[in-house]
Design a protein around this ligand. Structure first.
Ligand SMILES: [Zn+2]
Length: 351
């Protein structure tokens, strides 16, 4: 197809840009999209780039790369480093692009927030072109908020595009899902992340190898490992606590849990921390499985190989299967608002 080419900084997941490029080429933009897939794959970044593309003032010009990055609208976006990160819950990044997400201290995205979102999208466009609304953490929409949104999706307005971003498609009402185009993001191959860390983030080969494996297919996570020393240290400690569990009695394990998240850990922030701990522990369990199967060279935490082998007689196949189940159950508990500390203690007693 002649004409418009999307140039987005997405690592992997080319099928997403190819598909949207076709939609744009055929002037067939939907009223609502769901960007869905595991965390840290660049879904929100892609949503913001889609918005920037639709709002680019060179959108109709043939033969341009979109977004053009030079028109006033594009400059507005690029003026903000990480537009999607800077947009607070009710923040506007652009007159014609409105982004909402769950606020850290709130349980869900309220109906008031969604009503305001719908109202803004209903106003006429500043540029006379598209209006784009992005809802991050869309799985957190309250029931009332979902219903309000559904009404808007049932009567789509011309040139209004709503993008829902989520890691949990099942948590969205079927009525919303069925009215939207679903674009599924997949984990990215380790060697693509490896190249990306070297070319875009100046990682050494050793760093690129280590962090591409640690990221389990998530480019944004790989970058976090590379650039954020504090995050690396926190991760290291989480893995270490879990590995020590296998040689500790129950009291020692409970003390380690408390040391990890603090005495009075509760609320949404603690739930986020615990979700992240569970994901680190799940990675260790996955490594034990790989070692059992003889794939020692595929483990996530390659620097732990010695400990894995030393624990082989204690961490049996049955234990691995059971812990995998218990950690999965912990993730469900968290989403059902069970006290985060109890979730970790549940795992500690199941060792
Ligand atoms: Zn532009």
């Amino acid at each position: 197809m002649e004409g418009k080419k999307l140039k987005w900084p997405l690592v992997g997941n080319e099928h997403i840009t190819e598909y949207l490029e076709q939609c744009i080429a055929h002037n067939n933009i939907g009223g609502s999209y769901i960007f869905y897939g595991p965390p840290d794959l660049g879904k929100s970044t892609a949503a913001v780039y889609f918005a920037q593309t639709l709002l680019c003032q060179n959108y109709d010009k043939e033969g341009t790369e979109l977004p053009c990055r030079t028109c006033p609208s594009c400059r507005y976006f690029s003026g903000k480093k990480n537009a999607e990160e800077n947009a607070v819950s009710t923040g506007e990044t652009h007159g014609d692009c409105h982004i909402i997400r769950k606020e850290d201290d709130k349980k869900n995205i309220s109906v008031e927030l969604v009503r305001e979102f719908i109202r803004i999208l209903g106003l006429s466009s500043f540029l006379g072109e598209h209006k784009v609304g992005i809802i991050r953490d869309a799985e957190c929409l309250s029931l009332e908020a979902s219903n309000a949104l559904l009404k808007t999706l049932e009567e789509p307005k011309r040139k209004v595009v709503i993008i829902l971003v989520t890691s949990y498609l099942d948590a969205l009402p079927q009525t919303i899902v069925s009215r939207s185009q679903i674009l599924r993001f997949h984990p990215v191959k380790t060697d693509i992340i490896y190249d990306y860390l070297i070319s875009a983030h100046k990682a050494s080969r050793g760093e690129a190898k280590k962090f591409s494996r640690l990221s389990l297919g998530r480019p944004a996570l790989a970058v976090k490992f590379l650039e954020d020393e504090e995050w690396r240290e926190r991760y290291r400690k989480r893995v270490e606590v879990f590995l020590k569990f296998f040689r500790q009695d129950i009291n020692e394990r409970f003390a380690a849990v408390e040391d990890l998240i603090g005495k009075k850990a509760a609320g949404m922030e603690a739930a986020g921390t615990v979700a992240s701990i569970l994901s680190a522990w799940q990675g260790v369990i996955r490594d034990f499985m790989l070692i059992q199967l003889g794939f020692n060279n595929l483990t996530r935490n390659e620097d732990r190989s010695g400990e894995y082998i030393a624990l082989r007689s204690i961490v049996t196949r049955d234990k691995i299967i059971n812990l995998n189940r218990v950690i999965g159950r912990g993730e469900e508990y968290l989403r059902a608002n069970v006290n985060p500390k109890l979730v970790l203690e549940d795992i500690a007693v199941s060792i």
